[in-house]
Design a binder for this molecule. Structure first.
Ligand code: SF4
Length: 238
C-alpha cells in the first residue's frame, strides 16, 4: 500500500462514529482536490511509504486499536486488491475498517442498470463502513448521488456534506430532494471557513431553519462539528 504517513492512533472526529479511538491509515494520492481539503500533502500520486497490508494490520494491533479509518488521499484510487487484503486481514483479528471516500471511484463505476464488478467487490468484501464526503466543488451529479445512496442504503453507509454559510441552503435542499430518507446524512462545517464558535453557531441556526422549512425531522440527518479540528486544528498525525 502507498501510505502518506505511518498509521497513528487518534479519535474519529467526524460523522456518526465521532469519538471512537481508531488508527488512521492515510493513503497517498488523490485527484479530487476538494476546496476544503486539510490534507493536500496527500494529493500527489508519488510512491511514498510502501507497506504490506499485513504489516499495516500488525501496526494497528500494536496500537491496541480495533478500528481502522482508511482515509487519504482517496482510498478508492489505490490498488483495490491491497485494500481488500487490508480489510480481510484486519477483520480476521477483529479489527473493523471504515473507508472515507469522496465517492469518485464509485461514481465512475456505478451504472444505472446495475453494479459493476468493482462496486460489487467493494460491497461483497465488506468494507464495514463507507463514509462518502462528496467532492462537491467538482462537477457534481446529484442523480448519481441518489443512485449510489439507493444502492448502498442496505449497508453501513453515511454521507458527509461539507458546508459553509453560503452553500448550506443549497446542499440541504439537494439532500432533501435527492437522498433517500433512510440514508444517514451528516452536515458538517467547512473548517477552512467556519472557524469561530460564533460562525459555527450561525451555521447551526441556518440548519435549524432548513430543518423546519424542509420538514427534515423524518430523515436520518444531523448537524455535527469536526471534533478533531476543535481539539487540534490541522495538526498532522492527530
Ligand atoms: S477527497 Fe479527501 S483527500 Fe481528496 S481532496 Fe477531497 S478531502 Fe482531500
Amino acid at each position: 500500500m502507498n501510505l502518506a504517513e505511518e498509521p497513528y492512533l487518534s479519535i474519529q472526529g467526524e460523522g456518526v462514529m465521532t469519538g471512537i479511538p481508531c488508527v488512521f491509515v492515510r493513503v497517498q494520492g488523490c485527484s479530487v482536490h476538494c476546496a476544503w481539503c486539510d490534507t493536500s500533502y496527500t494529493w500527489k500520486f508519488r510512491k511514498h511509504l510502501q507497506r504490506e497490508p499485513k504489516d499495516v494490520v500488525s501496526n494497528v494491533r500494536a496500537l491496541d486499536a480495533t478500528t481502522i479509518i482508511l482515509t487519504g488521499g482517496e482510498p478508492l484510487e489505490q490498488d483495490l486488491h491491497e485494500l481488500q487484503n487490508l480489510v480481510i486481514l484486519a477483520a480476521e483479528v477483529g479489527v473493523i475498517t471504515h473507508v472515507e471516500t469522496s465517492g469518485l471511484g464509485l461514481c465512475d463505476d456505478i451504472q444505472v442498470e446495475g453494479l459493476t464488478p468493482k462496486f460489487e467487490f467493494l460491497n461483497l468484501c465488506a468494507f464495514n463502513t463507507i463514509s462518502w464526503k462528496p467532492g462537491i466543488d467538482k462537477t457534481f451529479d446529484w442523480t448519481r448521488v441518489m443512485q449510489i445512496g439507493n444502492a448502498l442504503k442496505a449497508g453501513s453507509f453515511q454521507y458527509k456534506f461539507v458546508v459553509d454559510i453560503d452553500n448550506i441552503q443549497d446542499i440541504v435542499r439537494k439532500v432533501a430532494g435527492y437522498i433517500d430518507p433512510s440514508v444517514q446524512v451528516v452536515i458538517q462545517p467547512d473548517t477552512s471557513k467556519v472557524k469561530s464558535n460564533e460562525e459555527l453557531g450561525d451555521l447551526g441556526e441556518e440548519f435549524i431553519n432548513l430543518y423546519r422549512e424542509k420538514h427534515l425531522y423524518w430523515r436520518k440527518i444531523r448537524f455535527m462539528d469536526r471534533l478533531h479540528y476543535r481539539m487540534w486544528g490541522n495538526e498532522k498525525l492527530r
